[in-house]
Ligand binder design. Sequence first.
Ligand SMILES: [Zn+2]
Length: 455
Amino acid sequence: MLNWDLEFKSAALLADTLEEHGFQVQRGIADMPTAFIANYGKGHPIIGIMGEYDALPGLSQKAVPTKEPVIEGAPGHGCGHNIHGTSGLGGAIATKIAMAENDIKGTIRFYGTPAEENYGGKLFMVRDGFFDDVNAVLSHHPNSWNSALIGSSNAIKSYKFHFYGKSAHAAGSPELGRCALDAVELMNIGVNFLREHIIDKARIHYVIQQGGTQPNIVPEYARSWYFVRAPEMEQLEQIYQRILKIADGADLMTGTTHTIEQEIGCHNVIPNKQLSALIVANMREIGAPQYDAKEIQFSKTIIQDITLEEKRMMLQALKHPQWEKFMDVTLCNTVEDPWDEGIVWPSSTDVGDVSWKAPALEFNTTTSAIVDPFHSWRTVAHCGMSIGHKSLIFSAKTLATTALDLLTKPEALKKVQGEFKHRMKDKTYKSPLPADMKPPHDLARKQAESYKPPK
Ligand SMILES: [Zn+2]
């Protein structure tokens, strides 16, 4: 069986290190053993820095430029969260040292936020009030460029549809059966017709998680799992109401019944241009990392199978107004102005819910090649060597300088908060989690136990 408890080790190492540096650590918060907060200082302003440290299944990879797992099938940092958590740690400790040496008032708070990839640990921390008193929140995420983007992301909700019918001999007495799989399929067909009549930016995806046992038994139970995404939660809810009617229709057609289990959901990100401007100015002052010939060659080897046409398509999808300039670039070594004002990126993140509670921004630094699709072995390799490590130090410095700006320049914090208040004036936050939902503690263990090595 594979290791499933690595997040425990990472969370403990981060929390222990903060404690050694004089932070007050509160562990196991929001009913999650790997979630924690660490405070240094007293009173307001309270500036948060978030860190993630979870990995992705099956992406184990050595820090070499060809696909070579450390342990076949084991998890790997395909989203660079080995750098996410540690850049946040570096930023928080550097801020603390500057506060202590210069007698700076306020609080620097590190948020240890678990399970970003599969269960959105921040959602539970937000629901339990851990972001209620914070004045601004900074976060860093590895990417293929250096910038602090100001676009938004899709809101998302996740639902499981459980259909119940009656089993029967599929050949001998089919007239006595009511097929739950038929209901799942008819619902999917209905939703696929619905797609034409919803807003462009919405996304609906599903899988059939259970469709029966064998063909000669009419399935009495079947289950589909849906993600629904839209730029605003209200738009998402409107689409969901129409999906509910389609599910009812599937029951009518097949003589089945169904129940719905809501899983997690995330809000869209509320952008903050003032925060972005502070971050980008600090990035420019620090200076983006530069790369030697060996590093560029490492990166080139990793992406050698990506064609120029694929690179062109990926860069166009980036929507950078001067995307052509990156056609000849392997590793971005410049600081880019944010170029995505008004754009809603199709993916979703639990940073969205934090950004509804306080001004928040997750900026990016170059950790990988410009065409690395992420969530792949390529990312893991980059994140394990000097390209990733340069990104870590650069982002830690950016976090610390920006946190110090917010702690020492009241007018800067006021502008950041003013923009937040303006953007939130007609909005009220409601947790997308079902009220009684508890964090699924055994998810990683179950995933590791069910892993079977490839033959
Ligand atoms: Zn990530």
